[in-house]
Design a protein. Sequence first.
Lengths: 114, 113
Amino acid sequence: EPEVTQTPSHQVTQMGQEVILRCVPISNHLYFYWYRQILGQKVEFLVSFYNNEISEKSEIFDDQFSVERPDGSNFTLKIRSTKLEDSAMYFCASSVGGSYSPLHFGNGTRLTVT
Amino acid sequence: AQTVTQSQPEMSVQEAETVTLSCTYDTSESDYYLFWYKQPPSRQMILVIRQEAYKQQNATENRFSVNFQKAAKSFSLKISDSQLGDAAMYFCAVQDRDDKIIFGKGTRLHILP
């Protein structure tokens, strides 16, 4: 069964550095999402992306964050200047359709900001 | 590797009735957490209920309760007195002590008026 893949599985970066988290969604999927989970807390929605533009974003997704689909396969989340509080698990997800279409999650990237 | 299986892609229930969403999982960990998340069309993730594997008592949260069977690795969600606002995708998830979390594929719940 096709899977959503995320790389790296663990990223360590220094505060103030830029970081790019990479995701390869399932190939025929059209909708893409990023979520995060700060350790010990609940999963939070960051952003949804469709047709090469952001469909929706949460309050967490401020100017420090950006997403891009640079080619036909990758979907990236960039954090421009990381803060300590950006340390979390970041999950990419994709679906064929929009709302209520089954959502396929990647295994996550653990970001540690020191 | 951890896996989570939600065998019901879609379910329907009459308003005010009770519905049970099934979830089975596999993990080699002895200590872990289990979750049910509700996802409305906006794709937000709303935590419904959380269960710690070392606790035998089933978690409850108002109309939501779970039937946690650790030996069977089963974690079903019961919604009592279903309301129209309960219509959503529901995801089961398991998280180990290293915070690795795996989601099921989701169950879409319809509430019939």
